[in-house]
Design a binder for this molecule. Structure first.
Ligand code: TYM
Length: 393
């Protein structure tokens, strides 16, 4: 049963519950084909930040795509290797993430869904890009700088810091540029933390084009959702992340209702006895409102006894203030219910899919075959342009 059932600049995706509105900005280019490309690391079950910042928009983009559009979504096993991994855990994480992507609604018939590490052209293109990317450019990447800062806090000298870190970690953004440009995308939907990687991707595309004296690679637009940065529930000064030591700082897509309630209840807010949306002054409470506004709103409408709801965060905060008398505890109760309801069907599908490893393996295999067809064309053209072969095969 399962098998059967189964603009150069940053743009903003309006996901406030109406998928149809998502690509209104694209209407000017109705006949133009869109190629959407994005990826996620297999480092455990996705959290709410991954879901609301990126994955949910993948599904919305898929559901609003025109027949001529192409969508490529992948799990980046090669990126996961930039930090030490236990092979058994990594293998399970890759598979579980595939199940999670299917469970949230990525449709393998509509999208090319695959494991990046099964498409060796990603690593090959990365090498070509590594040969045109300067050391200095990569040294300025935030992820690299924060790694250095972490070491520095441990008391290391500059020289030791640099020599201790791995080449893979340093060159990671170049691999990401290869992941993206291999498929000649028009748009890349990601959370805010990936914006700098996308800028580098465009710079690499332009650098390559200058070298071969033709506009071969596109400079894709970054697509952000309004929930492009979901914050930690324990420390709203930083984003929600998989690697934060405190597990209460994030909600996983597989968290039980009890866990969700407990984590939301412990979410750090402030002492003010009213609700308002002010991300600068009140990051904790604004984060909770932001999460609510990004969910589909069915539970929220029921809780508030209304059929019409403006989910713009600032207006939603006003509605919630009136409905709850400004109570933070009530806001948290409403948020917990909304999350439990939104995640329930995803969790059911996820657990069903995990029972069917053969199906998951088939999806991965087909996805990799389709991706390789496209990737092969790019690599062959690139090899010809670089002088590694006489003509494109
Ligand atoms: P990763 O695996 O850390 O995250 C996957 C996606 O989730 C988004 N995200 C968030 N969005 C909002 N709030 C948060 N707290 C939050 N945390 C994560 C990320 O922005 C991302 O869109 N380097 C990438 C993976 C990658 C990739 C690619 C992405 C490799 N190649 C090519 C796009 C295209 C990463 O580590 O994402």
């Amino acid at each position: 049963m399962l098998r059967r059932a189964r603009l150069h600049s940053v743009q903003c995706l309006s996901t406030y519950g109406r998928a149809q509105t998502i690509f209104r900005m694209q209407h000017t280019a109705l006949a133009e084909k869109r190629v959407i490309v994005s990826g996620i690391q297999p480092t455990g079950v996705p959290h709410l930040g991954n879901y609301l910042g990126a994955l949910k928009s993948w599904v919305e983009l898929q559901n609003t795509a025109q027949p001529q559009d192409e969508l490529y979504f992948f799990i980046v096993g090669l990126h996961a290797l930039t930090v030490p991994q236990n092979p058994k855990t990594l293998f399970a994480d890759r598979q579980n993430l595939m199940a999670a992507l299917l469970a949230i609604g990525v449709d393998p018939l509509r999208c090319t869904l695959f494991q990046q590490d099964a498409v060796p052209e990603h690593a090959e293109l990365m090498w070509y890009f590594a040969c045109i990317t300067s050391f200095g450019r990569l040294e300025r990447m935030t992820t690299w700088k924060s790694k250095l800062a972490t070491l520095h806090n441990g008391g290391n000298t500059d020289h030791v810091q640099a020599s201790q870190l791995q080449l893979g970690l340093f060159a990671y953004p170049v691999l990401q540029a290869a992941d993206i440009l291999l498929y000649h995308p028009t748009h890349v939907p990601v959370g805010e933390d990936q914006a700098q990687h996308l800028e580098l991707t465009r710079d690499i595309a332009e650098g390559f084009n200058r070298m071969v004296k033709k506009r071969y690679f596109p400079t894709p637009s970054t697509l952000h959702t309004p929930s492009k940065k979901i914050l930690s529930l324990r420390n709203p000064a930083v984003k929600m992340s998989k690697s934060a030591p405190d597990a209460n700082s994030r909600i996983l897509l597989t968290d039980s209702p009890k866990n969700i309630q407990a984590k939301v209840r412990r979410a750090v807010t402030d002492a003010d006895r009213f609700l308002s949306y002010d991300p600068e002054a009140r990051p904790g409470v604004s984060n909770l409102i932001n999460i609510l506004s990004a969910l589909d709103g069915g539970t929220l409408r029921r809780e508030l006894g209304t059929t019409v709801l403006d989910t713009d965060p600032a207006r939603l905060a006003e509605t919630l203030h009136t409905a709850t008398g400004g109570s933070g505890a009530k806001l948290k109760a409403i948020l917990s219910e909304s999350l439990i309801e939104a995640l329930r069907p995803i969790q059911e599908r996820y657990h069903d899919l995990l029972q069917d490893p053969t199906y998951l393996a088939t999806i991965e295999k087909r996805g990799a075959e389709r991706a390789r067809e496209r990737a092969h064309t790019t690599i062959s053209q690139v090899r010809t342009m670089l002088g590694l072969q006489k003509e494109t095969l």
